[in-house]
Design a protein around this ligand. Structure first.
Ligand code: SAM
Length: 269
């Protein structure tokens, strides 16, 4: 691990509460395989031996899941602002992987990579498009850039809960945090206290987050250099586009963004 970055409130937040601290590698691997095949038309087997950058890897659950996909011959590099997250990611990686401290806005890593993956990160930077462009420079021709972001609709339930709690208690107080825990516990009674604290801070007390639409992201990359591969998740009902399609402002793609949506491009060349 190497490098040093300027003080940043986001860094401080994840230094204190590394996210997600869940260790759920199997479920993430299954999700990634399904996302690649069903949403982006990429056969996961074609990524055997690939090099991959997990930009904003947190505690490394996705890094470990990607490692299973790229296999023994592949290589995964995890990059994050938070050293305490990288320490956990390295532990979860059981000796595999390379861990680098630094920012996705000026990644201190050398490319090119076959895949650059950044999920749940750019919307905490304040400059997500700039971050995506910095990451895209690390993708080799024919390689993939996959970015996961919050959609304004996908988080409505959480934002409603947050707003309601803030009417009752000041953010950061004991009562506010207890309310946040109670809300999260209703959905995830199985979480450890460490995972619960990471999610309370990440979801109820974040210092910086932005929301994005698929339409906006379609304009992020130059179409002459980047082929748009699609959006995950695909929301369907009995195999047909779901009723939510009709409701959403961003319906042109026949898909709906969930809690987080991901988009992928392939670099032409
Ligand atoms: C919500 S967590 C997501 C972790 C992981 N990608 C996942 O999906 O499980 C956000 C992570 O991005 C990192 N992060 C935030 N801003 C960053 C930046 N500018 N450069 C690198 N990492 C950053 C945080 O330290 C944190 O570990």
């Amino acid at each position: 691990m190497s490098g040093a970055t300027a003080p940043d409130p986001v860094r401080r937040l994840y230094e204190a509460t590394p996210f997600p601290s869940l260790g759920d590698v199997e479920t993430r691997e299954a999700g990634l395989r399904s996302m690649l095949a069903n949403c982006f038309g990429v056969d996961p087997a074609s990524l055997q031996g690939a090099t991959l950058l997990d930009a904003g890897c947190g505690t490394g659950e996705y890094s470990a899941a990607w490692r299973r996909i790229v296999g023994e011959r592949g290589r995964v590099v995890g990059l994050d602002l938070s050293m305490s997250s990288l320490v956990r990611a390295r532990r979860l990686g059981e000796g595999h992987g390379q861990w680098v401290e630094g920012s996705v806005l000026a990644p201190p890593v050398r490319g090119p990579f076959d895949v650059v993956w950044s999920s749940g990160v750019l919307h905490h930077t304040g400059r997500p498009h700039e971050g995506a462009r910095a990451l895209s420079a690390l993708v080799r021709p024919g390689g993939h850039l996959i970015v996961g972001l919050y959609h304004p609709w996908g988080r409505w339930r959480l934002r409603w809960a947050r707003a309601s709690l803030r009417m009752l208690h000041r953010s950061g107080t004991k009562a506010y945090r207890e309310g946040a825990r109670a809300w999260l516990r209703a959905f995830r009674p199985d979480w450890t206290s460490q995972a619960m604290e990471a999610h309370v801070i990440d979801q109820f007390e974040h210092v910086r987050e932005s929301h994005h639409t698929v339409r906006e992201l379609r304009g992020w990359m130059d179409a002459a250099s980047w082929e748009w591969l699609g959006v995950s998740p695909l929301v369907t009902r009995r195999g047909k586009p779901g009723w939510l399609r009709a409701l959403r402002a961003d319906a042109t793609l026949g898909r709906v963004e969930g809690y987080m949506f991901r988009v992928a491009w392939r670099r032409r060349g």
